[in-house]
Design a protein around this ligand. Structure first.
Ligand code: PHE
Length: 342
């Protein structure tokens, strides 16, 4: 095949863009390119001519390659220079960054912490991986206690487990501060349970624990505190009711209910049964009670002198009630459409 070197070099020198140059490279050096073809043709020549022709063809290939890469350098420098010399429009609108905001459960948690802060409480924290002793035994839930069933979880090695409730923080805090009474704390945090998931249950959720230990603390102090808190979070007209319940670590133990936020305690909504409280007029919100004297003894506080109350409830449930969400699992799905509403 006839290959005209000067024609090729002229075309390369005249190439005005990198794409054009790439097309030339393919036309000359590609698999079917003219230079490649002339190299291939050497095999079919009489042996006496092969040496000379081979040398010439190789020299041509090298020369074309060098011309292509020199031109490539020239063209890319020119592209950068022209981009740099184009004036930038600093008034062009930017791309608005997508701003996040606080998660609805964080909002409720912060409101709660704020309410307790105003009542003189400190915020305490404990580890999410607990010892069985802090999570269960010190709270009088022995290895065979049926109450362990309700709070089954994933056991780890050496008597550790992801805590099943924030009540473990009560124990840690009392141990550390028994020489520094009174105690008034709230302890928000995550807890873990072996739970079948549904619209109201999840294997991991938040709790907020409260603990007060002082001289002369009584059940009426507990009720007053819960009332103050529920009014703060659900509205001034909220009423609190305590029902008898059982927890191994409180005596007496109670379940706390607040009047339904939708039907205001009437159980009815536009003549129908209220769907939030199923017509009872009350919402179950959490557990509470007077700290069991033996729990105080376990941490080295004298129950003859001191008494206390404790409570624990779930901010997810409160957030669900406050914002009218009927599936708590929604809170932890990466679903912007849901989260952006708050
Ligand atoms: N720990 C209990 C639970 O998780 C709640 C509770 C806390 C009950 C404090 C009494 C006192 O269900």
């Amino acid at each position: 095949m006839a290959v005209d070197k000067s024609e090729m070099l002229t075309s390369i020198a005249n190439a005005s863009s990198l794409t054009e140059l790439e097309d030339l490279r393919v036309a000359y050096l590609g698999r079917k390119g003219s230079v490649t073809q002339s190299l291939k043709a050497i095999g079919g020549m009489p042996p006496s001519e092969r040496g000379e022709a081979g040398k010439a063809a190789n020299a041509l290939r090298l020369e074309i390659e060098a011309a292509l890469s020199a031109k490539e350098g020239e063209l890319s420098r020119a592209e950068v220079e022209s981009a740099l010399s184009t004036p930038m429009d600093v008034t062009a609108p930017g791309e608005a960054p997508r701003l996040g905001h606080r998660h609805p459960v964080s909002v409720v948690l912060e409101e709660l912490v704020d309410l307790f802060w105003q009542m003189g409480y400190q915020v305490a924290e404990g580890p999410e991986v607990e010892t069985e002793w802090h999570n269960f035994e010190a709270l009088l839930v022995g290895k065979d206690h049926p109450a362990r069933d309700m709070q089954d979880t994933f056991y780890l090695e050496e008597a550790h487990l992801p805590r099943t409730h924030t009540s473990a923080v009560q124990i840690r805090y009392m141990q550390e501060h028994k020489g520094d009474l009174p105690i008034r704390i709230v302890a928000p945090g995550k807890v873990y349970r072996n739970e079948d998931e549904d619209a109201r249950h999840s294997w991991s959720f938040y709790q907020i624990e409260g603990l007060v230990v002082d001289q002369g603390i009584s059940l009426s102090d507990l009720k007053g505190t819960l009332e103050q808190m529920m009014r703060g979070i659900l509205g001034e007209n909220t009423k609190v009711r305590l029902r008898s319940n059982y927890f191994p670590y409180t005596e007496p133990s109670v379940e706390m209910d607040a009047t339904c936020v939708i039907c205001a305690g009437s159980g009815k909504l536009a003549g129908k049964v209220c769907h939030l409280c199923s017509g009872t007029g009350w919402l179950e919100l959490g557990g509470a009670g007077m700290v069991h004297p033996q729990v105080l003894r376990n941490v080295g506080i004298d129950p003859e002198i001191y008494s206390g109350f404790a409570f624990g409830f779930g901010p997810e449930r409160l957030a669900a009630i406050k914002y009218g969400v009927d599936d708590v699992r929604e809170f932890w799905r990466p679903n912007f459409k849901f989260l952006e509403q708050f």
